[in-house]
Ligand binder design. Structure first.
Ligand SMILES: CC(C)(COP(=O)(O)OP(=O)(O)OC[C@H]1O[C@@H](n2cnc3c(N)ncnc32)[C@H](O)[C@@H]1OP(=O)(O)O)[C@@H](O)C(=O)NCCC(=O)NCCS
Length: 210
């Protein structure tokens, strides 16, 4: 799906998802949000390194992702011509025993493409695709001031526990289907298909395989 953003020399405003462009004196920039392809992996990993640094493999979310494949149809990239400028993936998890959900992240936008609405476009597109695939709930660990605008809220995760420590105010949930997280309690665990690997691999190798 293509999204267009209008930009001004020093001021940027998104025009995607029905929001009017605030700037009229523009040079148009188009971004394509599409499924990630095998050829995107190197650029995706470089973007994640730039955004999160080398400690990204230590995050508690990584315990739910490592060695697993993302949810089908929910590994997205945004490109500007040939350049990969944003990545977002979602992962199958259980939000407590027997309650399937998705884990959103990592989401990263290239530094020189931020505040154009691209992060929001990635999230909105990802959530729409997740709902179309009948997923009912999404969890993430991230900044509530950013994710609240999409409906994510810590009240949905109060009785859930991540593997490893997490700041409670950053552990957020969203119901795609009303009531999907009612009574959600217990440990969040990984549920995605395992990457094909016959040997014990390092985190970076596992990330490159997913
Ligand atoms: C967070 C991130 C994905 C946002 O991407 P983006 O394309 O700039 O996002 P949008 O254009 O949709 O929104 C930008 C707005 O969100 C705000 N914002 C960005 N990060 C924020 C945060 N952590 N907390 C609160 N607000 C935030 C910006 O200030 C900006 O506000 P403005 O519109 O008033 O200028 C991007 O900054 C990024 O890649 N950061 C590094 C990686 C990261 O932190 N990822 C998220 C955690 S998984």
């Amino acid at each position: 799906m293509a999204f267009e953003f209008s930009s001004h020399d020093s001021d940027f405003a998104p025009s995607a998802f029905g929001r009017a462009a605030a700037c009229v004196e523009t040079r148009m920039r188009a971004f394509d949000i599409r499924d990630e392809a095998p050829g995107d992996v190197a650029a995706r990993e470089a973007l994640l390194d730039e955004a999160f640094g080398p400690t990204r493999f230590l995050k508690s979310c990584e315990r739910l992702r490592e060695g697993r494949m993302p949810a089908r149809g929910l590994a997205l990239v945004a490109t500007d011509e040939e350049r990969l400028v944003a990545t977002m993936r979602m992962w199958p998890v259980f939000a407590g025993a027997g309650r399937p959900a998705l884990l959103l992240g990592p989401l990263a936008v290239a530094r020189d493409y931020r505040s154009l609405g691209l992060g929001a476009a990635m999230i909105e597109e990802g959530l729409a695709r997740a709902a179309a695939r009948n997923h009912r709930a999404v969890l993430l660990v991230g900044d509530a001031p950013y994710y609240a605008r999409f409906g994510f809220d810590a009240r949905f995760t109060e009785e859930l526990a991540m593997p490893g420590s997490v700041e409670r105010e950053r552990f957020l949930g969203l119901e795609l289907s009303k009531g999907a997280l009612d009574g959600a309690a217990g440990r969040v665990s990984g549920a995605g298909a395992r990457v094909a690997s016959t040997t014990r691999a390092a985190p970076r190798q596992l990330a490159q395989a997913a």
